[in-house]
Design a protein around this ligand. Structure first.
Ligand code: ADP
Length: 507
């Protein structure tokens, strides 16, 4: 069958549907896909313009062996499935690379169907071959990206996990599976060991917080100890965020936790040595101070004792020597004045030197101190809530001293709470006490003050290693700022320590 015969036949069949056959043919010729017909032996009867343009228009139609143009890597399966279609009449469908007239290969999807004659024999094959190069490239890019992404998920130096909105684990990365000693392929293993992977002291708090976050959609952020495959617990810093759909419904949770054991150990070691140093310095200061107080006071005391003896002796003589007795009494008065002077010099020593005071936002001081103490707080898994009045006026203060006050009060609060109580929490509030005073309070859920009347007495302590100087120093700092400090046991549980500071005067 010649080319023209094929075209004539086509034209005729278009005329049969009652529209313009020329238009239909033009459409067929120009359609941006290869459209073709072949005889039962697989030889071309018709190829449209797009196909000719791709393979080279100069080639006689019946001489094009399109299989030769198939990429060598695809040829075997394309040839065999085409052969099978020709033999059986099964529709042909294949994706393969074809070499164009420019020598470059592009991906195509070819599909063809046979038409049968009245004897049920294959008469003619009609088909189309569509350029799917872009689609293939996009698929390849997507595959490469997904491989890259899963590599990234596995290589990222953190444990990653995914949960359903009701908290069922649906994915963990390789690092996390290795950490827990589980098979990556079996994610349900994680769900089954969830109850045992947290340190017994942290598990309740972790589950309570996770349950709360799952219920409220709030971000999860906690530190806890996680059981490693070798049976060791290590400190982790864990976070999780919900992923929401357009309507704001949570569709899943993504979480990650990273190992902070070394950091926690290093901070704890640092804190232990800092505490030892502070205690040693305090002890050294105190013993030095008491030695010098004793030395300074001992001298007038010794003189008073000697002069009292002398006075007694002069007055008990027979006859009494009143003049010498008077002189001795005068020396006693002088020695008493010397002792009083020593005392007032020591008091002056304790008075705070006037420091450079700056205008500060008390809320910022609170958050700075919480940042400074974050490791200490995390190590005790204490929950900190803040309720800070955002419209608090500025205060004029010595920031280092007031930070010291906050550190002391927060530390006291934490120490007052049972370290095994999963509900231990500290609430820090700030508010306006009156128009010219702000108030900061630290409320804990601990054992409360055993003796609230005495806590500001120097050296009053109920702790084995306590100095009993924290609260007196805090109060004297607050008072030197023109504020007030007090303690109160809460009605239900724990205690509150509060202090006021005067609002900075403008100008
Ligand atoms: P120290 O902490 O060295 O004992 P402080 O002057 O800071 O010295 O505290 C004195 C005492 O006050 C503590 O030993 C403790 O008995 C009590 N105390 C302090 N803060 C609290 C608190 N938040 N809850 C209960 N008791 C506290």
């Amino acid at each position: 069958m010649s080319n023209n015969d094929g075209l004539t036949k086509r034209t005729a069949s278009f005329a049969g549907i009652g529209h313009s056959p020329e238009l239909a043919l033009e459409l067929l010729e120009k359609i941006p896909a290869h459209v073709w017909s072949m005889n039962s032996a697989g030889r071309f009867i018709y190829r449209n313009r797009s196909m000719e343009d791709y393979f080279g228009a100069g080639l006689p139609r019946d001489q094009l062996d399109w299989l030769e143009r198939v990429h060598s890597e695809d040829q075997r399966y394309v040839a065999s499935s085409w052969r099978q279609s020709i033999e059986t009449g099964q529709p042909f469908d294949s994706a393969h690379r074809l070499c164009g007239v420019d020598g470059a290969f592009r991906w195509f999807r070819a599909s063809g169907r046979p038409s049968m004659d009245q004897h049920g024999q294959i008469n003619i094959w009609h088909g189309q071959t569509i350029d799917i190069e872009h689609q293939k490239r996009a698929e390849e890019n997507l595959r490469a990206r997904s491989v890259e992404l899963s590599l990234l998920v596995d290589m990222v130096p953190s444990n990653l996990w995914r949960l359903t909105p009701d908290g069922t684990t649906t994915l963990v990365n390789k690092r996390m599976a290795d950490y827990l000693g589980l098979e990556l392929s079996n994610v349900s293993d994680v769900a089954s060991v969830m109850d045992t992977i947290f340190h017994p002291d942290d598990a309740d708090a972790v589950f309570a917080e996770l349950t709360r976050c799952l219920a409220t959609g709030e971000r999860f952020s906690m530190r806890y100890r996680l059981l490693r495959a070798d049976g060791m617990y290590r400190w982790m810093s864990g976070r999780a965020e919900p992923l929401q759909d357009q309507d704001g419904n949570i569709v899943q949770w993504f979480g990650l936790c990273h190992d902070i054991e070394d950091q926690v150990q290093a901070t704890a070691a640092l804190r232990r040595s800092a505490e030892k140093l502070a205690q040693a310095t305090q002890a050294a200061n105190l013993s030095q101070l008491s030695a010098s107080i004793a030395h300074e006071i001992n001298q007038p005391l010794a003189a008073i004792a000697a002069n009292s003896d002398a006075c007694l002796r002069w007055l008990s003589a027979d006859p009494p020597n009143v003049e010498r007795g008077k002189l001795a009494a005068q020396r006693i008065t002088q020695d008493v004045l010397v002792a009083a002077e020593v005392i007032s010099r020591i008091r002056a020593l304790f008075k705070h030197q006037p420091q450079a005071r700056t205008i500060e936002d008390a809320n910022r001081l609170v958050t700075e101190v919480l940042d400074l103490m974050s490791d200490e707080i995390a190590a005790t898994t204490t929950r900190i809530d803040t309720d800070l009045d955002l419209h608090l006026p500025a205060v004029q203060l010595d920031r280092v001293q007031v930070q010291q006050v906050l550190v002391n009060l927060i530390r006291n609060g934490i120490q007052a709470m049972d370290s095994t109580d999963p509900l231990r929490s500290l609430k820090i509030r700030s508010c306006l006490e009156r128009h010219d005073m702000i108030r900061v309070s630290i409320e804990d859920s601990g054992h409360g003050f055993a003796d609230p009347e005495r806590v500001f007495e120097p050296f009053f302590t109920t702790k084995i290693n306590g100095m009993g100087m924290g609260l007196p120093i805090c109060r004297s700092i607050v008072e030197s700022h023109g504020g007030r400090m007090w303690v109160v046991n809460n009605e239900t549980v724990g205690a509150t320590v509060a202090f006021t500071l005067p609002v900075a005067v403008a100008g």
